[in-house]
Every structure is written in C-alpha cells, then in structure tokens.
Design a protein around this ligand. Structure first.
Ligand code: GLP
Length: 226
C-alpha cells in the first residue's frame, strides 16, 4: 500500500494526476467511484481530462433516500458536472440492479481503478465493520457511526436510511488499481487503522492491505497518526 501525504491542495493535485494518467493510458477505463464530501475537490481538478469513453460503476448508495439526497446525486453534481463522463456510461446501484451488478462489472472487463474515500469507522463503500473478505455487492445495514456521518446531508442521524447498497470487499479488492482519499483530522484514525490494523474484519479498509496496487492519498491532517 503506497501512501502519498501532502498538504490538502497538493494531495488532491496528486490524486487528480493519478486519474489523469490512467485515463490518458486507458481512455475507456472502468471506474468504481465512491461519493462523499472528500471527492468534490478531486472532481473539480479533472475538467481537463476526457472521461468520454470511461465507464462508472457506483460504489455505494442509500436505500430509500430522497432522490436529492442520494449518493448518485452527489456523484452527478460532482464528477458528471465537472467532466464529460456520459450518463449513459454510468451504472448505479439500486435494489433493481443489485443482483446483476457484479456480473455487469465482469462483463465490462473488471475494474481498472476504484476511487474510494474512507468512512469515519474505516468502512469502504458501505462495507461496515464485521464484513468478511469474500463479499460481493449486497445490501448492508448501516451502523450508527455511519448514519451519524451523514447528519450533514439528512439533518439528523434518525433521518439517515437504515440500509445501504454497496460493492463488496471482494469486488473492490479485485480492482486492478485502488486509490483511497482522506482529508481532515477525523480521518486520522481510520487511515491509521486502514494501514496497520490486523483484524481486517473489524476494520474493513484494512482489507486494502491485500491488493498489489493501492495508493492512499492523505492530507497532513488525515495522516496525523501515521
Ligand atoms: C460514505 C460513503 C463512502 C465514502 C465515505 C467517506 O459512507 N459510502 O463511499 O467514501 O463514507 O465519506 P466522506 O468523504 O463524506 O467523509
């Protein structure tokens, strides 16, 4: 697992360069894309990169959220608004698409790059603590820390959906490349756990110690415990 630690702006510059390089080498890259507040500064740096032939698979989504509060909407208002990624090249997680989601990824040729954030409790996507390695895309009950993490979007934790949909750990670690972005002091502990935890079923992000090509982009606040 490589770590790139920079001041915030430079961290996002480095992460954007990672994606720019991949798409210059493989314009039709298959991308797994997480939503979240961490991602918006990244998307704003990619307006000069062609996503016209790229494909997106959403990493996680709430079940039953109002349309304007979905993670899909965050990605549409972020990545799709900042780049020429085509809506028809985007696959979104829903209760209707869940059953065939991993097969769709396989049929597309597998993931070239998973672009992830990390939850305050070290979840990736909505793979919560106690998730096993060999999990595929599925429905996941959200923990209280994860629901609390989204009070900024829903107003209070009780209004955050109880369940989400997520790419599984196995789905994510099968990606040919993985990058994880973390910004801010609240990510210092999950970032430390991601890199050094040994009981990965309690620290889902620690499963990312396994794949050969994982890069963590952390700003100095998120890297405080390293
Ligand atoms: C959420 C999302 C993840 C995201 C993470 C960080 O639960 N399902 O995909 O990466 O938590 O979110 P944020 O960037 O808003 O801190």
């Amino acid at each position: 697992m490589k770590t790139v630690i920079r001041e915030t702006d430079q961290m996002y510059d480095a992460a954007a360069e990672h994606i720019r390089s991949l798409l210059q080498a493989k314009p039709d890259a298959i991308l797994a894309v997480a939503a979240g507040r961490t991602m918006l500064p990244l998307w704003k740096r990619l307006g000069d990169v062609s996503f016209a032939k790229a494909r997106l698979f959403q990493v996680a989504e709430f079940i039953g959220a109002p349309e304007k509060k979905t993670l899909r909407r965050m990605t549409e208002e972020g990545l799709l608004a900042c780049t020429d990624l085509k809506p028809e090249n985007c696959s979104w997680l829903s209760e209707e698409t869940l059953a065939g989601y991993d097969a769709m990824i396989d049929e597309a040729g597998g993931l070239d790059l998973a672009i992830l954030g990390i939850g305050d409790n070290a979840h990736i996507g909505f793979n919560e603590p106690a998730t096993q390695y060999d999990t595929r895309s599925r429905k996941q009950k959200l923990t209280n820390p994860t629901r609390a993490q989204y009070t900024w979007l829903f107003g209070d934790a009780e209004s955050v959906p109880e369940y989400g949909l997520t790419m599984g750990i196995h789905t994510l670690v099968d990606a040919r490349q993985v990058m994880v972005l973390a910004s801010g002091e609240e990510k210092a502990k999950p970032v430390f756990d991601m890199l050094y935890a040994r009981d990965d079923s309690i620290i889902p992000a620690a499963f990312l110690q396994l794949p050969p090509d994982v890069t963590v982009y952390a700003d100095t606040d998120a890297a405080k415990k390293l």
